[in-house]
Design a binder for this molecule. Structure first.
Ligand SMILES: [Ca+2]
Ligand SMILES: [Ca+2]
Ligand SMILES: [Ca+2]
Ligand SMILES: [Ca+2]
Length: 483
């Protein structure tokens, strides 16, 4: 009786498989759980359904999928043109021309074009939201009037172009990048040349730009020594002509495996990462993976240790598992070395499977709970004992068999998918922090296929994307099983 009620309450999960040429989901960002894709989402035909923008094509959504007949080439503006969707229109920026296109019935109409030479760019990291290829962001509405400004990042700084009457004009060159600051002689003149060099190890600096609202945030990574780094974050506001600094924060010197990220919305810079250690509490030295997080810019750390295989990296260590706005910590632990040395050795040599435990530590009260809110144990079939180092073991060791980033029923709680056999994926829905070892859906897959998770059709339910060398990507769209 209880089982029947549960089944109704949970609803049944179903997947529709479709081939989707050109789509790639190459992984997940380990500190946010966001999928890394070779496409962007936008509704470009105005039907309220999210379409897929590739570097060379638009795929319009029809009935939850993307049939071949709804795939169209993009307007031709040369291979070097960058593209970005904005407010239902498609913008292309070639070396000399910024064009805005709108989709009408079965073709593109060029609404307007502006003469706007694109400044020479260099391989600086692009603004957040960019996914590489031609889809590197160049539009942002800094002043919030609905008309986007155009920006371009060059070694000199961030060029901003604003719309004035019938054209776009350069409105400012924002001198906010670290390389520029070093060549500027305004500040370093105070110091001896040697001190200047020590203070600004230019070759060891890296920076990231994030545009949000009327501001630009510049995030700098500075090597302190070979093992530690420091991050600086400066926020600027663009006042129509120049960048006005709002303030700078600098983290403590922290281990270089820690990276800046956003684990909650309290405005403080968060840091997270992981590293491999050797356990000193056991008789035999055993590999341990440590997951680290700081919610206060590196002053205090939360660390969880898990038994691990050398070289193992979890796919995703931080994701907002319960959808409360705060990222939770995920750890993965192997059961390969459980028990005494003799038992572990026997397992490594003879048992063609491994026990694997996923734990979710909830972020709460300014930290992470001591006890996991969720503990899920899987038995993964390796085909051959671990010591034989077969294909399935290699994938296991590379962290490719478990994904915690998807929400397949769209209820706001993440769910788990595990490739527990070489030819199948098991999807386990999680509700109210309850994990059930019986999967809610099982997908048969080709032995050579690798899986990734992303909400490809943007309906709030994560989908599963299968890649196999030499074959078209196949997307399993998640849906509720209809009556
Ligand atoms: Ca659409
Ligand atoms: Ca959370
Ligand atoms: Ca869910
Ligand atoms: Ca979906």
């Amino acid at each position: 009786m209880i089982a029947a009620v549960l089944a109704i309450a949970l609803g049944a999960l179903a997947f529709d498989a479709r081939e989707l040429p050109g789509i790639e989901v190459t992984g997940v960002r380990p500190l946010s759980g966001k999928a890394i894709t070779n496409y962007s989402h936008a509704d470009l035909d105005g039907d309220g359904l999210t379409d897929i923008l590739l570097d060379d094509a638009i795929l319009f959504q029809r009935q939850g999928g993307y049939p071949a007949a709804s795939r169209y080439a993009l307007p031709d503006a040369g291979d070097a043109a960058r593209l970005q969707a904005w407010n239902g229109d498609l913008y292309l920026w070639s070396e000399s021309l910024l064009s805005r296109y709108r989709w009408h019935e079965r073709g593109w109409e060029r609404v307007v074009a502006y003469a706007l030479p694109r400044p020479e760019t260099d391989p600086l990291p692009a603004a957040s939201g960019a996914t590489g290829g031609r889809r590197q962001a160049f539009l942002h509405d800094f002043d919030g009037d609905g008309t986007p400004e155009v920006f371009s990042v060059t070694p000199e700084g961030v060029h901003v172009f604003a719309r004035h009457g019938a054209g776009y004009n350069e409105a400012g060159l924002l001198n906010i990048l670290p390389g520029r600051r070093i060549t500027s002689d305004a500040v370093p003149r105070l110091w001896l040349p040697e001190a200047r060099r020590l203070s600004f190890p230019v070759l060891k600096m890296a920076c990231r730009l994030v545009m949000e609202g009327d501001g630009i945030t510049v995030l700098l990574r500075e090597a302190v020594d070979s093992e530690t780094v420091r991050y600086g974050r400066t926020r600027y506001r663009w006042d129509g002509e120049q960048a006005v600094a709002r303030g700078t924060e600098t983290t403590q010197a922290v281990a270089s495996y820690l990276h800046p990220c956003r684990l909650n919305d309290d405005g403080m810079l968060d840091l997270a990462g992981g590293c491999e250690k050797t356990s000193e509490t056991t008789m035999l030295p055993l590999p341990v993976y440590e997951t680290w997080a700081s919610l206060d810019g590196g002053k205090t750390f939360h660390v969880r240790r898990s038994a691990s295989i050398p070289g193992f990296r979890p796919r995703c260590a931080f994701v907002d598992f319960d959808g409360d706005g705060q990222a939770d910590m995920i750890t993965e632990e192997t059961g390969l070395f459980e028990g005494g040395a003799r038992e572990a050795m026997s397992r490594l040599l003879t048992l063609p499977e491994v026990g694997h435990t996923v734990r979710v530590f909830r972020q709460q009260d300014g930290g992470f709970a001591r006890q996991p809110a969720l503990r899920a144990v899987f038995v993964i079939r390796l085909e051959s004992p671990a010591a034989a180092q077969g294909d399935m073991f290699s994938r296991y060791r590379a962290g490719k068999l478990v994904d915690v980033s998807g929400d397949f029923d769209g209820d706001g709680s993440r769910d788990l998918v595990v490739q527990d056999r070489i030819d199948r994926l098991s999807v386990h829905l999680v509700r109210d922090w309850i994990f059930r070892s019986t999967p809610d859906a099982v997908l048969s897959i080709d032995r050579a296929a690798q899986f990734a998770v992303a909400d490809v059709n943007d309906d709030g339910r994560s989908d599963i994307v299968l890649h196999e060398e030499g074959k078209m990507s196949r997307v399993y769209f998640s849906r509720e099983e209809g009556p």
